[in-house]
Design a protein around this ligand. Structure first.
Ligand SMILES: Cc1cc2nc3c(=O)[nH]c(=O)nc-3n(C[C@H](O)[C@H](O)[C@H](O)COP(=O)(O)OP(=O)(O)OC[C@H]3O[C@@H](n4cnc5c(N)ncnc54)[C@H](O)[C@@H]3O)c2cc1C
Length: 383
């Protein structure tokens, strides 16, 4: 028990765990080797109400709050981190559309999103760099009642599988920095779009790749927020996804610890269970402690968000600490399994999967800069 999850949220988590164990976990390794997401499973998740339940009912959600999204994220990720991108992308993009899209554009997309009939990508990073995100160059110019986009986005999760993407583009001059960036919803079936897919280390079911825009025309009513304000307005949604990412990777750490405790309690060396050796059990005990604390921080961040309270620094803490801790935990668990841990299997796949989140959605250095900025002030911590 903890102060953030009431009986309803605990029951929701148990419900999601039963589904994840029965439907998601069995295909965990196969989806990694075939690099397929399984859209049928996505549809089932939608039917179960597991995709973006925090969205208002008018948009196909259940108005359940961000903590509800968090407990579902944990359970799907526990079974398959890569597949839980469905939840992550839906919650991040869902919030962006619900707050910043024209209602006539938002409604049909959000209904498809929550029903598991559409996957939306978030396209920010460009070949010239991701950390200095406001310095992006993909051009977007207004021509009559359309915007015309030219340029490239790269390292985009689900690039080749998404049905639409929230794209950040430059409508102002390069010198105008973040103030010259706009956000727009781009359906991926419009002429002028080509896509590819990388051969990734982990998170292979969702995959990553580039999206190329050549004279891509999008109606002006697909603009998200105000022109030139996209970076400032729309990027605020990332505080939400950073807390969710923390919960996702920590769920992977937690299931790895559970399996490792079971293993070290039954495997013997020198006439005793491995767990009798403090060199084996104390590192695991250390990580149990840290995972518990980090998870509480993530839940607290969502609790703050549900109450409309500031949570930018907390979200950045979740995002740098969670993935680093989860990687260290899974690494230790893998070593505890001896040579068997190094074989192709769940533990090595989890290690590959969680590593991606030390980079994706912003690195630890960038997260620590955000924390420093909220504490010392923007003027004292320039970019
Ligand atoms: C698994 C995965 C999924 C991703 N999904 C998406 C997605 O869906 N959409 C999307 O838009 N992008 C996505 N990305 C891209 C990701 O957001 C960028 O890779 C990330 O922001 C870092 O940008 P970069 O790779 O260009 O590194 P760079 O910006 O070139 O940075 C390289 C290194 O320098 C460090 N560095 C840079 N600037 C500073 C500084 N001021 N102080 C200290 N250190 C600094 C960085 O921390 C990093 O270690 C994904 C990446 C991965 C790995």
């Amino acid at each position: 028990m903890n102060p953030y999850l009431d009986e309803d949220l605990v029951a929701l988590g148990e419900h999601a765990r039963r589904f994840a164990q029965g439907r998601v976990a069995p295909g965990f390794e196969a989806r990694d080797s075939t690099r397929t997401l399984d859209r049928d499973l996505m549809l089932e998740m939608g039917q179960m109400g597991f995709i973006a339940p925090e969205l208002p009912e008018a948009y196909g959600g259940q108005g359940l709050g961000c903590l509800a999204a968090g407990v579902i994220h944990e359970e799907i990720a526990r079974a398959d981190l890569s597949l839980s991108y469905i939840n992550l992308l839906a919650s991040l993009n869902g919030q962006i559309l619900a707050h910043h899209a024209a209602p006539d554009i938002a409604r049909p997309w959000l209904e498809r999103l929550t029903q598991g009939r559409a996957l939306l990508a978030i396209a920010l990073t460009e070949p010239r760099g991701g950390s200095d995100a406001a310095n992006l160059r993909l051009r977007m110019e207004r021509v009559g009642d359309h915007y015309v986009l030219n340029g490239e986005k790269t390292s985009i999760s689900a690039a080749d599988q998404a049905d639409a993407a929230v794209v950040f583009a430059r409508t102002g001059t390069v010198e105008s920095g973040a103030r010259g960036v706009s956000a727009v919803l781009v359906p991926m079936d419009v002429p002028g779009i080509t896509r590819n897919r990388f051969d990734c280390h982990g998170q292979r079911a969702i995959g990553r790749g580039s999206i190329f825009f050549e004279n891509v025309r999008v109606p002006v009513d697909h603009l998200l927020g105000e022109e030139g304000q996209g970076f400032v307005q729309v990027m605020q949604g990332f505080d939400f996804s950073r807390a969710l990412i923390g919960l996702q990777v920590l769920a992977v750490a937690k299931v790895s610890l559970e399996e490792t405790w079971e293993y070290v309690a039954q495997r013997e060396a020198f006439g005793k269970p491995l767990s009798a050796f403090q060199g084996v059990s104390h590192p695991l005990a250390d990580y149990e402690t840290q995972v518990e604390a980090a998870r509480l921080l993530c839940l607290q961040t969502l609790w703050l968000k549900d109450r409309g309270l500031p949570h930018t620094a907390e979200a950045a803490m979740c995002k740098w600490w969670g993935p680093k801790l989860a990687y260290d935990v899974v690494h230790q668990c893998l070593l505890s399994f001896g040579h068997g841990g190094y074989d192709r299997g769940p533990m090595e796949q989890r290690l590959r999967d969680v590593l991606g989140f030390q980079i994706g959605d912003g690195t630890a250095q960038i997260m620590k800069t955000i924390i420093a900025r909220t504490r010392a002030g923007r003027g004292a911590v320039p970019a």
